[in-house]
Design a protein around this ligand. Sequence first.
Ligand code: DX5
Ligand code: ZN
Length: 233
Amino acid sequence: MSAAEPSLRARELLGQTQVAPSILSADFGRLREQVREVLAAGARVIHVDVMDGHFVPPITVGPNVVAALAETVREAGGMIEAHLMIERPERTAADYVRAGADSVTIHAEATPHLARAVGLIHESGASAGVAINPGTPPEALAEVAGEIELALCMTVNPGWGGQPFIRSSLQKLPRLRTVTGESVAIEVDGGIDTATAPACRQAGASVFVAGSAIFGEPDPAAAYVAIAGSLSA
Ligand code: DX5
Ligand code: ZN
C-alpha cells in the first residue's frame, strides 16, 4: 500500500456527511464485534479517542488498538480517525498512521508546533485534523487552516463521554467556518445525538462524532441509523 492511500480514502470520506461512532463508549471486551455492527449499519468513519493522562486526566488507548481495528474497518470501505488528546502530538502522531489511522486529529492547545505537527501527519501519509476545546477561539486555527482537511470543534470539554452538549457551540461553528474556508470538513464531538446533530449541521458541521449515543445504547447499529436518519430528515 502506498503512503498516499490513507489520505486519499480519508479525503473522500471526510468530504461527505458522516456520523462517526466513537469507540470510547464501546464494550472493549467485544470491541471488534461492536465496530463490525456499526460498519454493517453504514458507518464509515470510526473515531478512536487517545488520551494521555496529561492533556486530559484519563488514559485510554494507543496505536495497538488502532492496529487491532484497521483491517476490519478497511475491509468495510471505512477509515479510522485517531483523535489525539495528548500533549506534544508531533512526537507520536506517525505511530497512529503506521498502525492504520487514515486521519489524525490533534489539539491546537497541545503543542507550540502546530504547523510542524500538521506537516508530520501529512508526511506520514494521513489526512490532518486540528481540534479546538470549548475555551479556544476559532482563530487558533487561522494559520493552519489552509493546510488541514478537518477542523474539530469540541462540543464538550475533552476527556469523558456522556457529557451534555455545550449549546454555545452552535454560535461558534459559523465562526469556525469563516476561519477555515469551504474546503475543510467541520467535525463536532461531544454530546451528539439525534437532537444535537441536526442543530450542528444547520450551523455548518458535516462530521458528527457520537460515543454514548451509539455504544451506550443496547443496539449500537440502530442508534447509528437513528442519528444518520436525523441528518437526512
Ligand atoms: C471526548 C471524546 C469523544 C467522546 C464523545 O473527549 O473526544 O469522542 O467519545 O462522547 P459522547 O458522544 O458520549 O459525548
Ligand atoms: Zn473524540
